[in-house]
Write a protein that binds this ligand. Structure first.
Ligand code: FAD
Ligand code: PYC
Length: 414
């Protein structure tokens, strides 16, 4: 595949851009693959990418019922950070954050990674204690975060009112190398790289059944017909329960809507990311100038990608105290995604009761940041049957009571 570069753009400009290849090939399914990945979101595509890159497994199909990146990967507010509390979480989220640092170079695709810094505001005494504890844990884990006082918060984000009567800013947990990336580009970059390795990215191909023989997976039934495989990775976020049911087991997952909205573009007003977990709000400014705002999860299970209106109304009403300028903004659009939430707010990367079937889900409201690390770890699990990064994230931990409690770090949305 042609490499993207300033030279290539200049050369194409000379011939009216007629020489570019398709970013990824449009293919029909083959009869059989070594590995099928269900779900062409970031996690499914990254899993396929690292199967090829790290293990040389390229007879792989990624099956997507809609369009690639059309699930939560293309619907999130793109916040990247690794300030989690527990050691297994710090390991996978920090691996992921570090892979974001070089993703554009690795994929030869500009994912616009912007390590502009993320603050989680402490607006109650409980949060002050929680975030100080996280800062200490992060220091032991080798994750660079720090507790900052209100004056430093104000210095980093001058548009903020830190003296609010209901939600005063008492300090914050600051991760200077956290930030954002362009979500679609992450999916597109991985899809292009997978296609370049000879893998088949097949859109409009819904998996409708999982075929098994003597307790082992042998293939899937799809809207494009049956396809055989030796191994199957289910990476479908909010639809994980549906896929698990097809394979004949249950997952401890709830599917709920999470929503976000953007304002009309304005002049540069804030150059960091702020999360205000007490009020379930988070805010950053996109490169186009829009204020990107997210809300909390709906209080009921759901499969419609919308979200209830009163939730964003409450979030924005509360955020206005800390960000008075929001009151003067016009909102352009709102959307929702169906996120897959576990009881301990940690993901599942696991073998399953069906031999050859692996599941990657439960990233809930916080999996965009985890895409490269999750793909790295899941590929190792599928290829070798074990990965140090996934050992603690087995689906069987719920049966054994070995929870990885991340309800504080999961933040706003839980
Ligand atoms: P998805 O991107 O949802 O991909 C799963 C794919 O599987 C979908 O494309 C779907 O169509 C496909 N699929 C489902 N069923 C089938 C089937 N039967 N056959 C074939 N294909 C199927 N995370 C952060 O880290 N930072 C944030 O700032 C952040 N903000 C968020 C804001 C919102 C509003 C939302 C909704 C989410 C947010 N998240 C955030 C969470 C993050 O978006 C998700 O955790 C992550 O994108 C999950 O990626 P995925 O690849 O697992 O799932
Ligand atoms: O996990 O960082 C996160 C997040 C921010 C907004 C939604 N999730």
């Amino acid at each position: 595949m042609k490499r993207y570069s300033a030279f290539a753009i200049a050369k194409e400009a000379m011939r009216q851009h007629t020489g570019w290849d398709r970013a990824w090939a449009k293919r029909e399914p083959k009869k059989k693959y070594d590995v099928i990945i269900v779900g062409a979101g970031g996690h499914g595509l990254a899993t396929a990418y690292f199967l090829g890159k790290n293990f040389g497994i390229t007879n792989v199909a990624i099956l997507e019922k809609g369009w690639l990146g059309g699930g939560n990967t293309g619907r999130n507010t793109t916040i990247i950070r690794s300030n989690y509390l527990q050691d297994p979480s710090a390991a996978i989220y920090e691996k992921s954050r570090s892979l974001y640092e070089t993703m554009s170079q690795d994929l030869n695709y500009n994912v616009m990674f912007s390590p502009r810094g993320v603050i989680m505001l402490a607006q109650t005494q409980h949060e002050v204690r929680g975030y100080k504890r996280t800062a200490h844990a992060n220091a032991l884990q080798g994750v660079t975060t720090e507790w900052i006082d209100p004056a430093r918060v104000k210095e980093l984000c001058p548009i903020m009112n830190i003296d609010g009567p209901r939600y005063p800013v008492l300090g914050g947990l600051w991760q200077a190398r956290g930030g954002t990336a362009r979500h679609d580009a992450v999916a597109w970059g991985y899809a292009r790289a997978c296609s370049d390795m000879g893998m088949d990215v097949i859109q409009q191909c819904e998996v409708q059944g999982v075929r098994q023989k003597e307790g082992k997976v042998v293939g899937v039934d799809t809207s494009k017909g049956p396809i055989d495989c030796d191994k199957l990775g289910m990476v479908v976020a909010g639809h994980s329960g549906v896929l698990a049911q097809m394979a004949g087991f249950r997952l401890p997952i709830e599917s709920v809507a999470l929503q976000a909205l953007v304002s009309a573009p304005i002049i540069p007003a804030m150059d960091i990311v702020v999360m205000a977990n007490t009020v379930h709000g988070y805010l950053s400014q996109s490169d186009k100038g829009e204020m990107v705002i997210g809300g909390g999860t709906d209080g009921y299970n759901n499969y419609t990608q919308r979200g209830s209106f009163h939730h964003i109304e409450e979030t924005v009403r509360a955020l206005v105290e800390t960000f008075p300028m929001l009151a003067r903004l016009k909102m352009l659009r709102q959307w929702g995604g169906i996120v897959d939430v576990t009881g301990d707010r940690s993901p599942i990367l696991s073998k399953t009761p069906v031999e050859g079937v692996f599941v990657n889900c439960g990233w809930g409201t916080g999996g965009f940041k985890a895409i490269p690390g999750s793909g790295w770890a899941m590929a190792e699990l599928i290829a070798k049957g074990q990965s140090p990064l996934t050992d603690e994230f087995s689906m069987f931990r719920f049966r054994e009571g070995k929870f990885i409690d991340e309800s504080v770090a999961a933040g706003v949305a839980h």
